[in-house]
Design a protein around this ligand. Structure first.
Ligand code: PLP
Length: 417
């Protein structure tokens, strides 16, 4: 702060700027990054992928994306969009055709109705959906309860938005489902929201209906907002019935529903996701999106529309394939002696590796160096992930079989020690 006298002097002698007015201020180099950015550690997965990049012939169970390419008719729709010179911005909300189709889709699948004109926003992936949702709704110091281990971006997104993440641990013994009693115990006067991601990355867990109902009742009782990241909604197995959080009693008005085309339609590179919320909330979210993003890529929105119109057989085909691989990998791990519960959603298995005497990072690094199999240490998803590694089974059956042979060899060597 410059005093009146200082500002008068500044006008006549600008050279005093650095030397006299703020002599005690530390140099820019020591404070160039914002504190909230400094506070967030580098992603735990990054060091790991740095090692991976130097290796060849690695079987990767690391990256969380489909090994399938986008269905051909969806690619064709993208090509047609470009050929038709659809190379301009769309409405900030996204194309009305895509929003209408999405509105029908959610109503058909989950019985929840969103008005396509003012309750649906098309975003740049589920990633943008998460970012704009938390930034539009959190004030500094607002606490957000989330289950851990959880998706790597949650803590950073909450912190970047000025909020405070409050982790509630989930465990193998509970099949990684959130315990409502622990959620209620974590609520304080500063709690603003609960962030849910079921089916869950990294555990593959789903929420049993009674648990989901109880969490909804807690949100209503304590008047909390719920961010529900349902990006894996279509990838469920063994008869699990997915229910949208916003479809539960009392939840629509307090839920920010987030989704994406990335996983279900094998469209990670197209970068299309969405947020649905009551118009009062969506208006605030849109405000950030319109200033920062303007509109999601037009060509990708047109392709996403095609996915909604004709992609169902493709989703069914891919889910069937993931399901076979899921059973293969879960049985394989249990036979090797790495205790693994049955994931009923997403495309991740989360074996416990404590029997090897290694921690998660050691296991992942040594397995990569010795057997050229990439898995992600559970700790990349928070401390609650210690003792586990995440294995994405969205890779070919042949590769999964070979990975299991190598992992068994690796585990046996540890047991021999
Ligand atoms: N949410 C979860 C739980 C995820 O696992 C991912 C990606 O892995 C995302 C959101 C972001 O996905 P995208 O931005 O590709 O839609």
């Amino acid at each position: 702060m410059t005093s009146q006298t200082d500002s008068t002097r500044l006008k006549t002698d600008p050279s005093i700027l650095n030397s006299e007015i703020e002599p005690t201020r530390p140099p820019l180099s020591t404070r160039v990054l914002a504190r909230r950015v400094e506070e967030v550690p580098r992603s735990g997965i990054r060091r790991f992928f740095d090692i991976l990049a130097t290796m060849t012939d690695v079987i990767s169970l690391g990256v969380g994306e489909p090994d399938f390419d986008t269905p051909q008719q969806v690619i064709d729709a993208g090509l047609h969009s470009l050929a038709s010179r659809r190379t301009h911005y769309t409405s900030n909300y996204g194309t009305i055709e895509l929003r209408r189709a999405l509105s029908h889709h959610l109503e058909r699948l989950y019985g929840v109705k969103y008005d396509p004109t003012e309750e649906i926003l098309i975003t740049v992936g589920g990633s943008e959906a998460l970012d704009v949702a938390v930034r539009a709704t959190l004030d500094p110091g607002d606490e957000v309860i989330t289950h851990e281990p959880s998706y790597v971006s949650y803590r950073p997104a909450i912190i970047f938005a000025g909020g405070v993440p409050v982790g509630v641990n989930t465990t193998l013994d509970e099949d990684f489902a959130l315990d409502p009693a622990k959620v209620e115990a974590a609520i304080t006067p500063r709690t603003k929201a609960i962030l849910l991601n079921y089916p869950c990355n990294p555990t593959g867990a789903v929420l049993p209906a009674d648990v989901q109902d109880e969490i909804a009742r807690i949100a209503v009782r304590h008047d909390l907002l719920v961010y529900s990241d349902e990006i894996y909604d279509r990838l469920v197995y063994n008869g699990y019935q997915m229910r949208c959080m916003s479809a539960l009693p009392g939840m629509r008005r307090r839920t920010v529903h987030m989704g994406s085309f990335s996983k279900a339609y094998a469209m990670t590179g197209w970068r299309i996701g969405y947020v649905c919320a009551p118009s009062e909330i969506l208006e605030g979210i849109l405000k950030i999106h319109q200033y920062i993003i303007m509109s999601a890529p037009t060509v990708a929105q047109d392709a996403a529309l095609e996915a909604l119109k004709t992609g169902e057989p493709d989703v069914a085909r891919m889910v069937g394939e993931y399901d076979r691989r899921r059973r293969l990998i879960v049985d394989g791990f249990n036979k090797i002696g790495l205790r693994t519960f049955e994931p009923r959603g997403a495309f991740y298995a989360f074996p416990q590796i404590t029997s090897t005497g290694l921690n998660s990072e050691q296991f992942a690094e040594q397995l990569l160096r010795e057997e050229s199999v990439a898995v992600v240490p559970g700790t990349a998803f928070g401390d609650a992930g210690e003792g586990h590694v995440r294995c994405c089974y969205a890779t070919s059956e042949a590769e999964i079989k070979e990975a299991l042979v190598r992992i068994e060899r690796f585990v046996k060597r540890r047991e021999g020690n």
